[in-house]
Write a protein that binds this ligand. Sequence first.
Ligand SMILES: Cc1cc2nc3c(=O)[nH]c(=O)nc-3n(C[C@H](O)[C@H](O)[C@H](O)COP(=O)(O)O)c2cc1C
Length: 150
Amino acid sequence: MKGLVAYDSRWGNCEKIAMQIAKGLEDAGIEVEVARSSQKGIQPDHDFLVLGSPTRTGNASRKIRRFIAREISGKFEGRPFAAFGTGILSFRDKGEPQSAQRIHALLENVGLKPVAEPLSAAVLKLKGPLAEGELERAYNYGLELGGKLK
Ligand SMILES: Cc1cc2nc3c(=O)[nH]c(=O)nc-3n(C[C@H](O)[C@H](O)[C@H](O)COP(=O)(O)O)c2cc1C
């Protein structure tokens, strides 16, 4: 079982979340490759995908949407996935749409199968920092995901 954790990040907050999820997966005994969504030529030999981006005006970032359209669509049907993202704490807590939900919907639309609810992590301001406890939550998310995938 080998998976891909791919993410977009402008100021590094979503990247930190991606790294924690990857660490959790690895500690659950799962092999993962971590890549930026700008990477091209993703090999379709991954058994599962974990994709994330910052929230941009209630949507997933343009880079991760393009990544899904170019690198994922038509190549990973039927394989398990989980989605994550970052967004402003007050927006998230008011229930405003977050990137993780959008990525979840996009991946379902191209035929992948969800294995977990999307993880929406929060930043206090545009450039961060992450809200307290989010790194640990992301690590635990990866660990639990690893348990489900095994
Ligand atoms: C143009 C722009 C639009 C944004 N729109 C939203 C939004 O609609 N909802 C939200 O929660 N955060 C929004 N944000 C905040 C970003 O989600 C936040 O900067 C990002 O998650 C930080 O992660 P990063 O350091 O990985 O880029 C926006 C940020 C920018 C720059």
